[in-house]
Design a binder for this molecule. Structure first.
Ligand code: C5P
Length: 307
């Protein structure tokens, strides 16, 4: 669809990690993971239009702090797709940002996945799912999941995915306070806290998968686990207060999402989530409090028009 007025619009969700079991540091600087990704209904939108070069504009309520140059992960995704396919076209990407930045919600990875899907449609390269996933893995550990969405086990550094059945929709409240946390810094803090002690291979407890399959939030609440949480809380001691506030607001359980600082609180159902969100908002007036549900699909074209 290389028409001058063409536009492809892709919507892409944020993710939570319901389990993030972190194994030993590998020689390549990454950590071996066993994680359960869960895509939730908080979306960025990426619009792609034909252009001579690859450029990025970031708009929307959470645009501040997102780089717009060639270091932007969405721009890198477009460049990688171009390199892999030999396409000569450029693209003007407009990212409408709602996913908080550096928040443990994989917003940058989401934009990269959306850019791959949007450019693939705009340039008519029509890569297979496998080739897109391979490009995604080269861009970042969380990018393949942002393409897939749903709920999935991630192994390796998080890029090897196995879909997991969720028997119901789960309702969550997210609370993000203060500035973001750097993912490498949180992993480094975990290594420091572990102090060189041997770390077992990471595993996903089968009870998580059973709770997901049965669609039982109370059972799921008991199985949430994030090995990065002590490290995120060490770097941001205020997170303990946020987790406590969520518990006092009546959430079934609370957990730091990914490398933080977003905290995710599980509710029984939608009305319960609304109640938890209202209570949290009342006590945490500097927070962004959002009510979301999951699982939802990954990066998808929502509109393709030739102007
Ligand atoms: O893959 P991605 O670029 O998102 O990873 C960012 C950083 O997070 C890595 O450079 C590394 O420091 C850390 N990381 C890790 N182990 C993983 C994933 C990420 O140590 N499995």
């Amino acid at each position: 669809m290389e028409h001058a007025d063409a536009v492809v619009t892709v919507r892409v969700p944020a993710k939570l990690n319901l389990v993030l079991a972190v194994g030993p540091a590998r020689s390549d600087g990454y950590h071996e993971l066993a994680t359960v990704f869960h895509a939730v209904s908080l979306y960025d939108t990426v619009e792609a239009r034909p252009a001579a070069e690859i450029t990025v504009v970031v708009t929307g309520e959470r645009a501040a702090g997102v780089p717009t140059g060639s270091t932007n992960l969405a721009a890198r995704a477009a460049a990688e797709l171009r390199r892999a396919t030999g396409v000569r076209a450029g693209v003007r990407l407009n990212i409408s940002k709602r996913i908080p930045v550096a928040a443990g919600l994989a917003g940058g990875s989401a934009d990269a996945a959306a850019s791959l899907v949007a450019c693939d449609a705009l340039w008519g390269t029509r890569l297979s799912g496998g080739r897109l996933a391979a490009l995604a893995a080269g861009l970042g550990s969380d990018v393949p999941f942002a393409l897939e969405g749903g709920t999935a086990i991630g192994t390796g550094r998080g890029e090897r995915l196995t879909a997991v059945t969720a028997g119901a929709t789960f309702h969550w409240v997210l609370a993000t306070t203060g500035s973001g946390l750097s993912t490498p810094a949180v992993y480094a803090e975990l290594d420091r806290l572990r102090g060189g002690r041997p770390v077992p291979s990471p595993e996903v407890d089968p009870a998580v998968l059973e709770a997901l399959r049965r669609g039982e939030p109370v059972a799921l609440a008991a199985t949430l686990r994030n090995d990065l949480q002590p490290a995120a809380c060490a770097l941001r001691p205020d997170l303990r207060g946020t987790l406590d506030a969520g518990e006092r607001a009546g959430a079934l359980a609370g957990i730091v999402s990914g490398s933080g600082p977003t905290c995710a609180f599980l509710a029984r159902d939608e009305p319960h989530a609304s109640d938890v969100a209202a209570r949290l908002q009342a006590v945490a007036d500097h927070s962004v409090v959002l009510q979301v549900r999951g699982p939802v699909p990954g990066a998808r074209v929502v509109e393709a028009a030739t102007g």
